[in-house]
Design a protein around this ligand. Structure first.
Ligand code: SF4
Length: 403
């Protein structure tokens, strides 16, 4: 586990398997964030947690607390190999397969050479899933019982599949893909898209040591998923309990809020919550009699439970308070924009071209050009330059009115 330097102190990433966070682990994270850092906790767009403002001398204490909370890797050096993304609604069966993948990857020391950004997506057709991230390797169930999975590389799940494998072969297949990637990739090819820009996908597949792969109909596409299901209360697949979801403000929680969430899931749910790639939290297993109280408590904590709320429609990167690359204080500007945001507008504020906050497409990007000034980009085209936040809000209001 590394402390990465940032403008506001050290930054530590805690990888959560499938976003899973028990009440006890949440309390431990809140304590660690307070004792070892600034107390700022972020939910990332890979459904992990980041603790900001960490002090170098607190590194050992932090590691001890994280391991105590059972949030560390199972193998030394294996922390970066836990980028297996699941739906927040993944079943126990899918989670079990995800866990097998992670265990196998962590157990192979040769794979520790993979980039920390190298990511896998495993989905079984859940109605809520982040399908727009460009994962290096993805597996998507072809049938209701998830007996076979379509697979593809270096792209979003909506793209065409390259083939299919049986569930029983999934771990062996993924391990073969990762080993082949490391064998073929040059020193400056860190992601699957880098390699496939040079090596044809069909040729790459020929190098794999896997059981016979099946063809997938050209017309196959992963069923539509609905991101709005991450917010508010929705009946779960068991037909009895509800999941209740809420959006953090620009991906951030403070220690008191995280501890309050831990208390909430203890008293009103099943002592666990999930973080999501939309930087939100989702509480599964809420009884019908508790739904209203849980929604009210989440709102009282400043989280948005309605997809129309401004903070459900804005993302912003760390900005100049936390990142030396940023040309503007995107977080503060996003708070101002939230007060002015027209209905239905979705906006991403980015301090530079890296777009750390939005791995998925967002309707409008405000790219910082100077403190408080932004270039407005829509559909990959610059629509306006050097706007203040107020001018950007007016531009958005006009474009909504004309739509
Ligand atoms: S998008 Fe740029 S400015 Fe923002 S956090 Fe990432 S690197 Fe920093």
């Amino acid at each position: 586990m590394r402390i990465v330097p940032a403008r506001d102190g050290g930054l530590v990433r805690l990888r959560l398997f499938g976003g899973e966070l028990s009440a006890d682990a949440a309390r431990a994270v809140a304590q660690a964030a307070l004792r070892c850092g600034s107390g700022t906790i972020e939910v990332t767009n890979r459904a992990n947690l980041q603790l900001r403002g960490m002090r170098d001398e607190a590194h050992e204490a932090l590691i001890a607390q994280v391991l105590d909370a059972d949030l560390g890797p199972s193998a030394e050096g294996g922390d970066d190999l836990r980028n297996v993304m699941l739906s927040p609604l993944a079943s126990d069966d899918t989670r079990a397969l995800g866990a097998q993948l992670i265990d196998a990857m962590q157990g192979d020391a040769a794979l520790h050479a993979l980039s920390p950004k190298f990511a896998l997506q495993l989905d079984a057709g859940e109605p809520l899933a982040m399908l727009d991230h460009p994962h290096d390797v993805w597996l998507s169930a072809l049938d209701r019982d998830a007996v076979h999975f379509a697979f593809g590389f270096a792209g979003a799940l909506r793209g065409a599949a390259l083939g299919a494998i049986a569930r029983a072969d999934a771990v062996r297949f993924v391990m073969s893909v990762l080993r082949a990637f490391l064998a073929l990739a040059s020193d400056d090819e860190h992601r699957m898209r880098d390699l496939l820009a040079r090596v044809d996908a069909a040729r790459f597949l020929e190098t794999l040591d896997v059981p016979a792969m099946q063809a997938v109909p050209q017309t196959w596409r992963r069923p539509h998923a609905d991101a709005s299901l991450r917010l508010g209360a929705h009946l779960e697949a068991n037909g009895i309990t509800y999941h209740v979801g809420a959006q953090t403000r620009l991906g951030r929680l403070d220690t008191a809020s995280l501890a309050a969430l831990a208390d909430l899931v203890t008293t009103h749910a099943q002592r666990r919550m999930l973080t999501t790639p939309w930087q939100s939290v989702l509480i599964p297993g809420v009884g019908k009699q508790h739904v209203h109280a849980v929604l009210a408590r989440l709102e009282a904590l400043g989280l948005a439970t309605d997809a129309h709320a401004p903070f459900a429609r804005i993302v912003a990167c760390a900005g100049s308070q936390g990142c030396a690359r940023s040309r503007a204080d995107t977080k503060a500007d996003a708070h101002r924009l939230a007060l002015l945001l027209p209905p239905d507008a979705e906006v991403h504020l980015s301090g530079c071209e890296r777009s750390c906050a939005a791995a998925h497409p967002v309707d409008t990007t405000l790219l910082a050009v100077a403190p408080g000034r932004y270039q407005l980009i829509r559909q990959a085209r610059t629509q306006a330059r050097n706007l203040t936040i107020e001018e950007a809000a007016m531009w958005l209001a006009r474009s909504t009115a004309h739509a």
